[in-house]
Ligand binder design. Structure first.
Ligand SMILES: [Zn+2]
Length: 201
């Protein structure tokens, strides 16, 4: 008879390493961090209003948005409720009292640790890797929000419009090059359809 040992037993307290995202802001070039603007009315009254660049909860204009997300580590204290031994590469799995036994979350052994510090350290490695992944949405969003974050409000609007106009011009140039090389009307139609699809994406 084989005896399989697992790292944890029913009733053990463990720390689950995981990652989540949190929202950060680039420094606001408009209010310099005060989140307030002082405004003067035509009648001469002076008011404080929330900075329209960084205090609004919904920012429809991409170029003005200073918010971005990053991955951060988390560690949750759990109590082992059931153990599923698995000698394959996937490793042993556990279910915990706090999140359901029988039905609920399943935790792989390599995500559970004896101390909070160990779980946080492991999760930090994963968070760092995700943040550094240039193909990930977090890195892409950061680059996008960083591109105009140094510009003040009115310059950011202008710079974003110029950037859009110049990309449109390049896109048209590439289309014309492709059309120059087209050999048939069908070729022309396909090239244009592909270009429109790309623009809409
Ligand atoms: Zn601001």
């Amino acid at each position: 008879m084989a005896v399989i040992t697992t790292k944890y037993d029913i009733g053990d307290t463990v720390w689950y390493a995981n990652i989540t995202t949190t929202t950060k802001h680039h420094d606001c070039p408009d209010c310099l961090g005060s989140r307030k603007w002082t405004c003067e009315s035509p009648a001469g009254g002076t008011f404080e209003v929330d900075c329209p660049r960084c205090s609004v909860s919904y920012q429809s204009h991409d170029a003005l948005n200073l918010k971005y997300s990053i991955w951060v580590p988390t560690a949750r204290c759990l109590t082992i409720g059931s153990v599923r031994a698995d000698t394959s590469e996937d490793g042993h799995q556990y279910m915990c009292l706090e999140t359901g036994v029988g039905s609920g979350s399943i935790y792989r052994e390599n995500t559970l640790f004896e101390t909070q510090a160990e779980a946080m350290a492991s999760a930090q490695v994963e968070a760092d890797a995700n943040n550094a992944d240039g193909e990930g949405w977090v890195a892409k969003q950061y680059d996008k929000t960083a591109s105009f974050s140094d510009y003040q409000l009115k310059d950011a609007v202008m710079a974003a419009a110029e950037s859009r106009a110049s990309s449109a011009l390049y896109a048209c140039g590439y289309l014309l090059d492709d059309l120059d090389n087209a050999e048939s009307l069908e070729d022309v139609r396909n090239t244009m359809a592909a270009w429109r699809e790309k623009q809409a994406a």
